[in-house]
Design a binder for this molecule. Structure first.
Ligand code: UT7
Length: 312
């Protein structure tokens, strides 16, 4: 049973914070941020909008796009490291808000690789015929755990949500292969401290990301029995344009075959891959039967990648 994406959605807050805005609150500058990360602006959620609110907006879109009713969903998986509160889970809050009364619900903590962890978990339940539809969300309100006085991290992140209804798709389409992994020994390089702030060793995370993104992307292409040249679009976790380009170069792809929306949204962690996917669909850059490679990495350390033949 092939599992694929039946409907997708996203939500980003309206408020835009530019690099120039950040220059006023922390010792940084637009030139540094643009050249070292590729980021120009990011969206930040207001105090009255929490993680579950963004998840709900993205989820509604994905459900509408899929043309199903909330009651048909068998499982809700919400990937986030910034839940409204430790429990109940964002997935349970969402189950209630959506009226998805038949769904089991849980959160996944895999940081920026969370959407990949969710999609691959969903695939298992669909492939075994356990659930017809699984709702997978990647959502993050990182602004609430950002230390706005730390220029190492404050310039990188943005808020947002992405959603996918996953279900059975026709032969040859959907997830063709996946790679999922973790390296707990590297957890010390990126974590939330006791003051509820993100602490990061940028250089160590960078080194890990460059190696792992390329390796994982290549692995899923090979596992699917395909060649690098077959890839129509690489959708990497939008963390840093230099990391993204290194993965693209590992696959030998030209610039136009990589999705890059980082300039507009920054690093939205679990929301980043799905947000980029929806933007490329809106741009008309994804057609049925295109081969997509989605790949992410994050705190944990974690990683995940899928080779995906687009279409229902
Ligand atoms: O989703 C996963 C989340 N994490 C990541 O993806 C992060 C991965 N790492 C990175 O993207 C990069 O390591 C950073 C963008 C965080 C940093 O870039 P870098 O090229 O590794 O810079 P660096 O940390 O080596 O710093 C170079 C210089 C330093 O100054 P000195 O020591 O050379 O005088 C920093 O103090 O840049 C300085 N610097 C800044 N300057 C202006 C660091 N942050 C800033 C800043 N504005 N925001």
């Amino acid at each position: 049973m092939n599992a694929g994406f039946i409907g997708v959605g996203r939500y980003v807050p309206e408020k835009v914070v530019t690099n120039f805005d950040l220059e006023k609150i922390v010792d940084t500058n637009d030139e540094w941020i643009r050249t070292r990360t590729g980021i120009e602006e990011r969206r930040i959620a207001g105090d009255d909008v929490d993680t579950s609110d963004m998840a709900y907006e993205a989820a509604k879109q994905a459900i509408d796009h899929a043309g199903i009713s909330p009651e048909q969903i068998g499982l809700i998986l919400v990937a986030t490291v910034t839940p409204d509160q430790p429990f109940p889970s964002v997935a349970c809050m969402l189950q209630d808000k959506l009226g998805a009364t038949n769904a089991a619900a849980m959160d996944i903590s895999a940081a920026c690789a969370g959407f990949m962890y969710g999609a691959i978990t969903a695939q298992q339940f669909i492939a075994t015929n356990t659930y017809d539809y699984v709702l997978v969300i990647g959502v993050e309100k990182l602004s609430k755990i950002t230390d706005w006085s730390d220029r190492n991290t404050a310039v990188l992140f943005g808020d947002g949500a992405c959603a996918a209804v996953m279900g059975k798709v026709s032969e040859g389409r959907g997830i063709l292969s996946f790679d999922l992994g973790a390296k707990g020994a590297g957890g010390k390089y990126l974590y939330e401290d006791e003051n509820k702030h993100i602490i990061m060793n940028g250089r160590e995370v960078f080194k890990f990301a460059v190696r792992q993104m390329g390796e994982s992307a290549l692995k899923v292409v090979e596992q699917a029995g395909l060649q690098k040249e077959d890839v129509d679009l690489l959708i990497p976790h939008q963390a840093n344009i230099r990391i993204m380009n290194s993965a693209r170069e590992r696959l030998g792809l030209p610039e136009e075959k990589m999705s890059s929306v980082i300039a507009k949204y920054g690093n939205t962690s679990a929301a980043s891959i799905g947000n980029a996917l929806v933007e490329e669909l809106e741009n008309g850059k994804i057609k049925d039967d295109d081969l997509l490679v989605l790949v992410g990495f994050g705190g944990g350390l974690t990683w995940g990648a899928i080779a995906l033949r687009w279409g229902k």
